[in-house]
Design a protein around this ligand. Sequence first.
Ligand SMILES: [Zn+2]
Length: 144
Amino acid sequence: MALAKRPPPDLFKLATNAWTQPFWDAAAQHRLVVAQCGTCGTCRMPPTPFCPACQSQQIDWKTLSGLGEIYTYTIVDRAILPGMADHLPYVPAVITLEGGGGVRLISNVVDVALAELAIGMPVQVVWDDLREGVAVPRFRPYIA
Ligand SMILES: [Zn+2]
């Protein structure tokens, strides 16, 4: 049975700005955080400059449990770029984050048999340390 692998690490290009850097600083410490409005409490992802609910620029960084569930996913099983063949299949997915007020994160589901993938599957974060100071959150099946 085919297991979901990780996409090629060199495909991951990290470009941050003042609004996203705190997310990646926390990730480097293996903490999954979400931007929460410091005025009204609405969570948002990505961490945009203005709260979509009240336009405040106050942000609190809330540490999440790292649990979530698969909102949707797809299976990549064709090498659309050179060097991808050894990384197939992999599974880009949208993850609804527990405690995140409904926000979702685009990530990958790894270490799962493709036949077991399902919308709503409980998952937990795992951290891929790609290089010094850069860790990327991925998700694997969560078994309580
Ligand atoms: Zn707000």
